[in-house]
Design a protein around this ligand. Structure first.
Ligand SMILES: [Zn+2]
Length: 162
């Protein structure tokens, strides 16, 4: 692990904290050369699936590795200025990641991931949930938004994503 300040590779662990819920361990390190401190995160990971992006008509356009940071960012945008603690966001991202890992490498559609987010946000915050649904589903008029929300509220989307 290289020091982000001086690039030296030797560091000493000064603190270790485990977060069982996220299945990860955070370590505070001190560089042996310049003495600056930095943190590292160790996370257990199974094999994460490729995410399939689909175009109109459900045709697969491209596949890319699952990107936890990108997913978290897209959720954070929907949660902007809502009273949602960052830890709750991390839990949602962690829960989705755990579900993806349990697929044993079977690829997953970006839409299915989006629907997992929508289902999770629905439990957390109604405004963030509707924002995410509108952006993610690309709805363009109010009637379509209303229909989609009705559909989400009856649980059809959530079930089909499982
Ligand atoms: Zn250093």
């Amino acid at each position: 692990m290289r020091c982000p300040y001086c690039g030296a590779s030797g560091s000493r662990v000064v603190d270790t904290r485990a977060d069982p819920e996220q299945n990860e361990v955070r370590r505070r390190r001190s560089c042996r050369v310049c003495g600056e401190r930095f943190s590292t995160v160790e996370r257990v990971r199974g094999s994460l699936p490729l995410v399939v992006k689909s175009g109109p008509g459900g045709i697969a356009l491209r596949r890319e590795p699952f990107d936890r940071a990108k997913l978290r960012q897209s959720i954070a945008v929907a949660c902007h200025k809502r009273p949602i603690p960052p830890a709750a966001l991390d839990r949602l991202v962690g829960a989705i990641e755990a579900r993806l890992e349990s697929r044993n490498g079977e690829e997953v559609s970006s839409r299915a991931i989006g629907e997992m987010v929508i289902a999770g946000l629905r439990e957390l915050d109604q405004v963030a949930y509707i924002r995410y649904a509108i952006v993610f589903l690309g709805l363009e008029d109010l009637a379509a938004v209303r229909d989609e929300i009705d559909r989400l509220l009856t649980g059809q989307v959530t079930r089909s994503a499982l």
